[in-house]
Design a binder for this molecule. Structure first.
Ligand code: SAM
Length: 221
């Protein structure tokens, strides 16, 4: 399992871009679904400030504990870490943003999870997912694969899945960190595959980001 810190390092830019596009900021209430060790949740809490709130949801109780520790270390008391399945989200309030990253490739039914995320967002609120197209990654020209993931290329289907979930697309794009030789990209790949890529040229799996809105109450759809 690659360290989350490293994942944050190499895939930080699409996250920052997505949050900037939303105008995410003070007072926002959000949920990070499949929060893992809580890196994204802590970043959301930092940006939404003391008036905001972040629910960090993961099916693993270990993730809840790790997130709680990460939030305490960062002094972000407004992170609420919960053990829940993404398929059965139950939050105490509607949120402005439901976010997930590297989650849908692991769940049984990505569309069912997107529908759950749409259901916890207030009318007109945002749903954002960042998911990979694993086999579009390359090491020395050869495709990558992640046989343990249920849907390793779910990123390629993401815009269509959002539409099927009844969400209105705002923006969608793909971005892939690339490199050759020592550096964060090679280190990430080495942790992921347990094989040192040496000086081989690397293109990590493109991360597809989709930003969408839940229908506003006025449209009634
Ligand atoms: C690859 S990690 C991604 C962590 C984090 N989102 C990130 O981008 O660094 C996937 C996380 O999703 C969680 N997960 C997998 N299936 C889940 C489900 N059905 N419901 C909730 N969480 C789930 C796992 O426990 C794990 O913490």
């Amino acid at each position: 399992m690659p360290s989350l810190e490293l994942r944050n390092d190499v895939y930080r830019r699409p996250l920052a871009l997505a949050l900037a596009r939303l105008g995410f900021g003070p007072g926002w209430v959000s949920v990070d679904v499949g929060a893992g060790a809580g890196d994204v949740a802590v970043e959301l809490a930092r940006l939404s400030g003391p008036a905001g709130r972040v629910y960090a949801v993961d099916s693993s109780p270990l993730a809840r504990d790790e997130t709680a520790r990460a939030a305490a270390r960062a002094g972000e008391a407004q992170v609420v870490a919960l053990t829940q399945r993404a398929e059965e989200l139950a939050l105490p309030e509607q949120v402005d943003l439901a976010f997930c990253r590297f989650l849908l490739l692991h769940v049984e039914e990505p569309l069912a999870v997107l529908r759950q995320m749409a259901a916890v967002v207030r009318p007109g609120g945002f749903v954002v997912a960042e998911e990979p197209i694993t086999t579009a990654g390359r090491v020395d020209g050869r495709p990558l694969s992640m046989p343990a993931a249920r849907h390793q290329d779910v990123g390629a289907l993401l815009p269509a899945l959002f539409c099927q979930a009844g969400l209105e697309l705002v923006d969608a794009w793909a971005e892939a960190p690339a490199g050759a030789g020592p550096g964060p990209v090679a280190s990430y790949l080495a942790e992921l595959t347990e094989v040192d890529p040496g000086d081989d040229p690397i293109v990590l799996p493109p991360l597809v980001t989709v930003i969408a809105r839940a229908p506003s109450a006025a449209t009634g759809s």
